[in-house]
Design a protein around this ligand. Structure first.
Ligand SMILES: [Ca+2]
Ligand SMILES: [Ca+2]
Ligand SMILES: [Ca+2]
Ligand SMILES: [Ca+2]
Length: 327
């Protein structure tokens, strides 16, 4: 009976809070939420030191979802290794390899739960990738997932970026008033084939970073903070204060887990048909538990410590109750 109750709590609470709390925006940018379709040879690269890349499947679609996550040490190189040749970075990109006929004619489509806006005189879309110097991709956007308009191309450069394998580049596109509504779908299509044409995509998102109006204690500014993903971790109920309500929400979630590598957490993915291949992938897919403050896919005492620390930090200092910086 106790087990049954836990099961219901898992389904009820984790699904209710997972998708709604961790919405499309992360720190002001709107990143792709879902992979809609992809051809059979879309794959990861396989970092230096690792073996070959791996073909994408439903469990690894998170490679191109969520914010950029491949360059862990932030040096712009997605292939950084330590002294013992162990990878520091993460092979969480998807795309196509150079080489023969096998990998020709590849494409994939990602979708946004909240559509991308067209900002006047400003870029609207950013794509982070690395590419061989002969790589070339066509970038398409669509409101309805049926009719696509070409935004432009990503072209590898000889001696420039993108064009150096492993070296990340951000490429921007402007919608230029060509869409009747917000853009919900982005499609990447391979244009060149042969050696040095490989391209790997880390993340696809909105170019404009949305910052809420400064917090004045009012519900509108709090709603903006939440909508654009600037919440404090411990503000579990997203009302811009850390208080008893967050503790109650935490208490209700205590003991939940959604680590896909732990069979004890399997219930968290019932009804989804697949589970991301790692806990990190859970967060990239927007499926993190709101009370899992350290993002390790378990709601436990380690999270409580963060909640208590932030409670004192923001309630004792009198500077309640949120912060705008990413860290
Ligand atoms: Ca790096
Ligand atoms: Ca624009
Ligand atoms: Ca990625
Ligand atoms: Ca945790």
């Amino acid at each position: 009976m106790k087990w049954l109750k836990m099961f219901i709590v898992l389904i009820g609470i984790s699904f209710a809070t997972q998708r709604s709390v961790h919405a499309a925006f992360v720190k002001g940018q709107n990143w792709a939420d879902r992979v809609v379709e992809y051809t059979s040879r879309i794959q990861s690269y396989g970092l230096p030191g690792c073996t070959e890349g791996q073909l994408m499947d439903p469990n690894t679609e998170w490679w191109i979802l969520g914010p950029p996550d491949s360059d862990v040490d932030g040096d712009g190189d997605a292939w950084t290794v330590d002294e013992s040749d162990e990878s520091i970075d993460r092979d969480s990109l998807a795309g196509w390899k150079g080489g023969g006929e096998l990998n020709k004619d590849q494409e994939f489509v990602v979708a946004f739960d909240t559509g991308l806006e067209d900002y006047l005189d400003d870029n609207d879309l950013v794509i982070r990738l690395y590419s061989g110097y002969k790589g070339k991709a066509s970038v398409w956007a669509s409101v309805d997932g049926v009719d696509y308009i070409q935004l432009g191309e990503i072209v590898g450069q000889d001696g420039g970026l993108p064009g150096v394998p492993g070296m990340l580049a951000d490429v921007y596109f402007d919608f230029e008033g060509r869409f009747e509504d917000t853009v919900q779908y982005i499609k990447l299509t391979r244009m060149t084939n042969g050696s040095d044409t490989g391209m790997f995509f880390d993340a696809i998102g909105s170019a404009v970073v949305m910052e809420p109006d400064s917090y004045d204690g009012g519900p509108d500014s709090c709603e903006q903070i939440h909508r654009y993903g600037w919440d404090l971790e411990s503000d579990i109920v997203s009302d811009c204060t850390i208080d008893e309500q967050d503790y109650e929400a935490f208490h209700e979630s205590f003991g939940l887990c959604n680590d896909p590598q732990d069979p004890a957490c399997a219930a968290a993915f019932d009804g989804l048909g697949s589970a991301p291949s790692s806990c990190h992938g859970v967060w990239q897919s927007g499926l993190g538990l709101s009370a899992d403050l350290n993002q390790d896919c378990y709601v436990d005492m380690n999270d409580l410590k963060i909640l208590v620390d932030q409670w004192f930090e923001y309630n004792e200092s009198g500077t309640c109750c949120y912060r705008m910086s990413a860290n």
